[in-house]
Structure formats: C-alpha cells, structure tokens
Write a protein of this length. Structure first.
Length: 118
C-alpha cells in the first residue's frame, strides 16, 4: 500500500521560507518522478514542481520558478520542496505526488498547510 506523508508546513510571514518534506512508502521510490501540487482555498489543485528519477532534472510552474526548489533523497524515500521568498498567494495545502512516466498516479497524502501572512 502506497503512503505519502507530507510535513513541514506552517505559518510564515511574506518573504519567509519553509521546507516541506514528503516521505513515501510502499513503492520503489527511485523509479518514479516525484512532484508537488498545491490547492489554495476555493481553487483547483495546481502543479508546482517535478523532479526526475536521478534528481538531474527539474521543472517548475511559472508562479514558483526562481523561488522554490524541489529535491529528493532516494535513499530516504523523501522528496523536498524548499520555498523561499514566500508570498500570500502561496497559501495552500501542499501535496506530493508520484508520476509513473505516463501520468500522475492517484496516491494522496494528507497534505501540509502553508499559510503566508502579509
């Protein structure tokens, strides 16, 4: 059974930083692309960042490019999201997701709440 456990969220002032973690189990972590999505209140879930198997390639949504950095540690089955220069519009529940090379798989953790105050 695949489990994803996100952590690291919290309340931070605009301009601050947070580092999110997502620990995966029940899958061969190193064989999957990993990504972060977020869902703001009243909005649909949106893509934020993705990282390939070897962590050699990353891709970001325009809204977070230059401020967020995704990384992974395959030995720890963990993917991270370093978030700098946070803005109030980054307020959302953040989820990590698993991609099998063709599509995002329907595995969901509980998410971690990020709240950025102005």
């Amino acid at each position: 059974q695949v489990q994803l456990v996100e952590s690291g969220g919290g309340l931070v002032q605009a301009g601050g930083s947070l580092r999110l973690s997502c620990a995966g189990s029940g899958l061969t972590f190193s064989r999957h692309l990993m990504g972060w999505f977020r869902q703001a209140p009243g909005k649909e879930r949106e893509f934020a960042a993705v990282i390939n198997l070897s962590a050699g390639s990353t891709y970001y949504a325009d809204s977070v490019k230059g401020r967020f950095t995704i990384s992974r540690d395959n030995a720890k089955n963990t993917v991270y999201l370093q978030m700098n220069s946070l803005k109030p519009e980054d307020t959302a529940v953040y989820y990590c997701r698993v991609h099998d090379g063709s599509r995002w798989l329907d595995y969901w953790g509980q998410g971690t709440q990020v709240t950025v105050s102005s």
